[in-house]
Design a protein around this ligand. Structure first.
Ligand SMILES: [Cu+2]
Length: 253
């Protein structure tokens, strides 16, 4: 039989907070050390990655604190032999504690929402001379339409070719069900919804080929709904575009 004394309770609380602090530091360290995302290939990517780091640094200690309190209480206040038929002590509310655990999360949520909103608003701002590309999602393929530099029918392509350093505004639509246009290396993602056109802005800043994926479970072939985003120099892009305008019926890749 252990009798709960005020000093014993304080010692338990100190031990619990100590374990929580150590676990939080380990958790945050691990969370920040893990490389969650692929290479950064757009100017938007670093802002998003910083946002995730902040979210990890804030949410891991809260998760750890809650877990430690739950696990510690399960162990510390377990029924001892002979106590099976006893009831626990009746405990009523603690106003101070309730105010704290309501106000603190509220303040935290509002602060994080404001930060995320400001970050998004900043990286999604319209840029002068942005190129417009129409993205069409369909079970289970992506297709891309570029305005024809010679006028007339738009250029259709199955590969997304982009110019390094040039902002693109994607006008995204879906022909059947909801899909989601996502190039993980660019970080930004937007749903493709039948009946409306959604928009997404990206400024690729690193040459290379990056996977385009669908991030919304859209049917049996969802996992195979992939394309390639090819970020190239302006000269390469112009050469590619010239090729596209010549052989209008040719389809690559
Ligand atoms: Cu899809």
């Amino acid at each position: 039989m252990t009798e709960e004394t005020p000093s014993g309770g304080r010692r338990s609380l100190a031990r619990m907070l100590g374990i929580g602090l150590v676990a939080s530091v380990l958790g945050v360290g691990l969370g920040l050390a893990i490389d969650w995302f692929p290479v950064q290939a757009s100017t938007q990517a670093s802002t998003i990655d910083t946002l995730y780091d902040v979210l990890i640094a804030v949410s891991v200690p809260i998760f750890v604190l809650v877990s430690v309190v739950v696990l510690y209480c399960v162990w510390r206040f377990r029924a001892r032999p002979g106590q099976e038929l006893e009831d626990g002590a009746p405990i009523h509310g603690d106003t101070r504690l309730e105010v704290i655990w309501t106000a603190l999360p509220a303040v935290l949520l509002i602060a994080l929402c404001t930060y995320a909103f400001v970050a998004l608003d900043d990286i999604e701002a319209a840029q002068p001379d942005e190129r417009r590309i129409r993205v069409t999602a369909q079970q289970y393929a992506w297709s891309f339409e570029y305005p024809n530099p010679r006028g007339g029918e738009p250029i259709r392509a199955e590969e997304l070719v982009l110019v390094e350093g040039e902002t693109v505004r994607f006008d995204i639509r879906a022909l059947d069900v909801i899909h989601s246009f996502w190039v993980p290396a660019f970080r930004m993602k937007r749903d493709a919804v039948p009946g409306i056109t959604t928009q997404l802005r990206i400024t690729p800043n690193r040459r290379g080929r990056y996977p385009v994926v669908c991030a919304e479970l859209c049917g049996l072939g969802h996992a195979f709904m992939r394309a390639t985003a090819n970020v190239v120099s302006r000269q390469e892009f112009d050469a590619w575009m010239a090729q596209q305008t010549q052989g209008t019926q040719e389809r690559g890749g």
